[in-house]
Design a protein around this ligand. Structure first.
Ligand SMILES: [Zn+2]
Length: 179
């Protein structure tokens, strides 16, 4: 567990954190933006720096900087605090005695690393596979390949064999849902 969470929360300026992901426009004492949680053309997403909160009058989403990171970036509470701490050069202090927590967190990090590897693996397969590439070009999805990291899955055990070569365990591959 993070033991200096209060220090991190006290340092948090909501506009600093949300500003990393969305474009905020000053409006009086508040800020507005197009809501990142639903599609809209006129801004109904309001940020109140004094309260450290946001609220969308279109879809109803609301919260603080931590809630935003959890919802928008799919971060855990600890990840959100760590992200914010990094923003203000605060060193995260953790409570070492809570080992059960860090084991779970380690496993979670392992899954993310495995998925990141797999994403890269699929992406690198695509240029080697002419029919798949031609199919995407025919559907005018060339640009989407780079933007979304579209990849190609080779049939058979290629993923499994490549993962083993790269040093990823069956346990991690299973947990990540890749096999
Ligand atoms: Zn919204």
């Amino acid at each position: 567990m993070i033991s200096n969470s209060e220090e991190i929360k006290d340092a948090t300026q909501i506009t600093d954190i949300l500003g990393d992901f969305i474009t905020l426009k000053k409006k009086g004492v508040n800020y507005t933006a197009c809501c990142p949680f639903h599609t809209e053309k006129t801004p109904s997403f309001m940020v109140n720096p004094a309260k450290g909160s946001y609220k969308c009058f279109g879809c109803g989403k609301s919260g603080d900087a931590i809630e935003f990171l959890k919802e928008h970036e799919a971060m855990s509470y600890a990840e959100a605090l760590t992200y914010i701490a990094g923003h203000y050069n605060i060193t995260v202090q953790s409570n070492e005695s809570d080992t059960r927590y860090s084991d779970a967190e380690k496993h979670r990090d392992g899954i993310f690393a495995t998925l990141k590897w797999a994403q890269d693996y699929f992406f690198k397969n695509l240029p080697k596979n002419a029919p798949a590439l031609e199919y995407l070009q025919k559907r005018e999805l060339d640009k989407a390949i780079g933007i979304f990291g579209i990849g190609y899955s080779i049939s058979g055990n290629d993923l499994l064999n490549s993962a083993h070569t790269a040093g990823y365990s069956d346990n991690l591959l299973l947990s990540a849902g890749l096999i």
